[in-house]
Design a protein around this ligand. Structure first.
Ligand code: FMN
Length: 347
């Protein structure tokens, strides 16, 4: 997901094309309504301890960008918003800054949120990225954690994509053990295709972030950039977020792992359903990107006005938090731990 013009094009397509397809599965999950919740709405507390950090709300701004000027502006706005709300923030792939350190500025974080996460494509471990590079990426943004993203589908359709995914589990584990000794938490995430138990069961990391099917769809985005490749056949490819959360929850029950639900989460009720299924925090990318580019009439524009962007993000997050609180209230849950298990599956 690297290279300056590539990152710019991803953003343009994500903003101007319909890049969501199919269902993440939220409609199949019904939260258990209580006519007598027996709690006071004002008692609801969304504070969450995640990866050893205290978040005010169980939300992470997922990786989007970096490596070009506008990307720098996006990271600045997102990190300031994360810091204002006390939530986690993950920068986009840091490969561009490792290849050309002059681009490092575009990842710079001035106002520190409670949790900062770096980001590198795991496949890059087969294309020259080393432990030292990971530390360079981490140190520059003073990250608490590093996320390795897995994007095999995207690499298939990306022009000149890196398709050698051999031997990555072993390499992730080796680097992860060194990072963990250095006090850095390690996350493995998908980018929209979802994670599955068997695939990741042997990874020795701190956290898995499912990034399931039903949200941002990379067959669509890369398909727009490489119309000669057969991306259309893969629009429906991936593990829906709900299925992926259930699968990784089973792994979490056996291992000391934290779980991020992401991929198509668009409101607080979607997030509440993921918490009922056992996720620890919820993550989103596309909704935040859209808010950044909306003008004061709510239309997607081609440029960014920082103040309007921050105002839009505030509105979006406040609404999301209110929806999540209402879902907790209506299930009689004072925090996200108490909603665990309070769902049924619609046949
Ligand atoms: C424009 C755009 C760029 C992205 N770039 C990255 C990236 O550099 N690294 C990464 O791990 N994920 C990247 N992602 C994936 C997101 O972090 C997230 O996992 C995925 O979009 C699912 O969430 P969503 O449906 O809320 O967008 C990107 C997503 C978008 C929309």
């Amino acid at each position: 997901m690297e290279n300056n013009s590539r990152k710019k094009e991803h953003i343009r397509h994500a903003l101007h094309e319909n890049v969501e397809h199919g269902s993440a599965g939220f409609e199949k999950i019904l939260l258990k309504h209580k006519a007598l919740p027996e709690i006071d709405f004002d008692e609801i507390n969304l504070e969450t301890n995640f990866l050893g950090k205290q978040l005010k709300f169980p939300i992470i701004i997922e990786a989007i960008t970096g490596g070009f000027d506008e990307g720098g502006k996006i990271n600045e706005i997102l990190s300031e918003t994360a810091s204002e709300f006390g939530i986690g923030f993950m920068v986009g792939s840091q490969r561009p800054m490792l290849e050309n350190f002059a681009l490092a500025e575009t990842y710079k974080i001035l106002k520190h949120p409670p949790l900062i996460i770096g980001n590198i494509g795991a496949v890059q471990l087969n294309y020259g990225i080393t432990y030292e590079d990971c530390m360079k990426a981490i140190n520059y943004i003073k990250a608490d954690a590093l996320a390795f993203h897995l994007n095999p589908l995207q690499e298939c359709f990306q022009p000149a994509g890196n398709r050698n995914f051999k031997n990555l589990k072993k390499q992730i584990n080796e680097i992860s053990s060194k990072l963990r000794i250095a006090g850095i938490k390690v996350i493995v995430k998908e980018v929209g295709g979802g994670l599955n138990y068997d695939d990741v069961a042997n990874l020795e990391v701190d956290c898995l972030d499912v990034a399931g099917f039903g949200g941002t769809n990379w067959a669509i985005i890369e398909g727009k950039r490489a119309p000669n490749k057969p991306a259309g056949t893969f629009y429906n490819w991936g593990i829906p977020t709900i299925e992926s959360v259930k699968s990784i929850r089973a792994l979490k029950d056996k291992r000391n792992l934290e779980l991020v639900a992401s991929g198509g989460i668009r409101n607080g009720t979607d997030a509440a359903k993921c918490f009922a299924l056992g996720a620890d925090v919820s993550g989103m990318a596309l909704p935040f990107l859209r808010e950044i580019y909306k003008d004061d009439e709510g239309k997607i524009s081609d440029s960014i006005n920082k103040e309007i962007a921050k105002q839009n993000l505030r509105k979006f997050l406040n609404k999301f938090i209110e929806e999540l609180k209402i879902a907790l209230f209506l299930t009689g849950s004072k925090n996200i731990k108490e909603i665990k298990g309070k769902y049924s599956v619609k046949e």
